[in-house]
Design a protein around this ligand. Structure first.
Ligand code: AMP
Length: 416
């Protein structure tokens, strides 16, 4: 498992095989140890998801893997379980055996929680190491010894530079949501970290999309990786209904209010483009909607505020969460019923990730995107990306701007 050369020729598309075997599959057939099967059952996971059925056996066999899968597919347990199985419980080295890099602090906490949930009584120590929390506390944790570290690239690199994290014992390296890490600009940090980890290791890369830079990283830092594609033809899940409004910029807020009143979401994330815009919209909604059930999360908030917000949202106290892409993307809350793109995303991959926050694990979800006339090309990019048109809807009292006249485009209108 040296990381010097890479070969993408032996890509395996196991999607079809996995689909066929899905019905028959149970966790017992994946090669997992009995103690892990017990924790899986305790977690309430009855059947492996396709991603788990595809990844776990190959990971246990020692292959470097690229899994093309979005969040909400059970991808975390797909790498957590083989890592837990193959960690050495008796080791002289006090350094970490597994390093999982993730794009956001929230995702770091979620992945660590999954490790804790599936660890059961196994004596492994796992921590989330990310920016915004005390370096000193993390240094103490690292000194005391950790088997698994889940961290954001910036903070991990910081510890490597300070010498407070020794990567020489890392045998598992996971790049989770690799495309997102690259979007955020973590590529140089990731490469610096990869270069410092031992070449004798197993590397797993999970990503919803596989743009060229991801494949370059795979080529350079993975050993003959197998590519396993779990992306469905239409990237946004089948269980998500996807609509858009054509609206003038100055009417967006009124439309949002009407939409929230009308839909009365069980739980919703409202996405904005900028941190400032997010904060502004949150203040308005707090005033006009229901201050007790609205919250916001963005990169300008202190980490403990962000942690508190996520806890409230996860516990259901918060109904409407106004968020930016960076932090909103990793949110794994299974009850999210609505995604509202108050600002249409600039990148169609971001749309896929935003909408993927709902409809998780086969649940029903609904997504609305507000589109102004100057943003029609962004809408078209999204439709191309997901391979289907969004359905145009209108809401009473808000003028619908008629600008979609491109020939050959099938348009749907429906009054809400
Ligand atoms: P992920 O895609 O890793 O973010 O997982 C999405 C959610 O699915 C998490 O809340 C997991 O706890 C849950 N989950 C993972 N695997 C299974 C499974 N086999 N059965 C039911 N739920 C699962």
């Amino acid at each position: 498992m040296t990381g010097a050369t890479a070969n993408l020729d032996n890509q395996t598309n196991v999607t079809k095989k996995t689909e066929k075997r899905k019905q028959k599959l149970s966790f017992d057939t994946l090669g997992l140890d009995p103690d892990l099967l017990a924790t899986v059952a305790k977690a309430g996971y009855e059947k492996p998801t396709p991603v788990q059925a595809g990844l776990i056996p190959l990971a246990l066999e020692g292959f470097d893997l690229i899994g093309q899968a979005r969040t909400g597919t059970g991808k975390t347990a797909a790498f957590v379980l083989p890592i837990l199985q193959l960690l050495e419980s008796e080791t002289d080295v006090n350094g970490p055996q597994a390093l999982v890099l993730v794009p956001t602090r929230e995702l770091a906490v979620q992945v660590q929680t999954e490790f804790e949930k599936l660890r059961g009584d196994l004596p492994f120590r796992c921590a989330a190491i990310y920016g915004g929390h005390s370096l000193r506390t993390q240094m103490i944790q690292l000194k005391q010894g950790l088997d698994v570290i889940v961290g954001t690239p910036g903070r991990i690199l910081d510890h490597l530079k300070r010498g407070t994290l020794n990567p020489s014992s890392v045998t598992w390296l996971v790049l989770d949501e690799a495309d997102r890490m690259l979007d955020i600009g973590f590529r140089p940090d990731i490469e610096r970290i990869l270069r410092q980890c031992p070449k004798e290791r197993q590397t797993l890369l999970l990503s919803a999309t596989l743009p060229a830079p991801i494949l370059q990283i795979a080529k350079q830092y993975m050993y003959r990786p197998k590519l396993i594609n779990f992306s469905t033809k239409s990237l946004a899940s089948e269980t998500i209904e996807q609509f858009y409004f054509s609206v003038a910029e100055q009417q967006k807020y009124d439309l949002l209010l009407k939409l929230l009143q009308r839909e009365n979401p069980h739980q919703a994330i409202v996405f904005c483009r900028t941190k400032m815009g997010t904060q502004r919209l949150f203040r308005k909604l707090e005033r006009d909607f229901d201050s007790s059930s609205v919250a916001t999360i963005h990169g300008d908030m202190l980490q403990n505020q962000r942690d508190r917000t996520m806890k409230n949202f996860r516990e259901g106290g918060t109904k409407i969460l106004v968020a930016t892409d960076v932090v909103g993307r990793g949110i794994d809350v299974s009850d999210i019923s609505h995604i509202i793109n108050f600002d249409i995303p600039q990148l169609s991959d971001d749309y896929v990730h935003r909408v993927g926050r709902t409809g998780r694990m086969g649940r029903q979800g609904i997504a609305f995107t507000l589109v102004t006339p100057v943003e029609r090309n962004l809408l078209e990019g999204i439709e191309k990306r997901i391979g289907k048109p969004l359905i145009r809807v209108e809401i009473e009292g808000i003028e619908s701007i008629d600008w979609l006249t491109s020939p050959g485009r099938r348009r749907y209108r429906r009054a809400l």
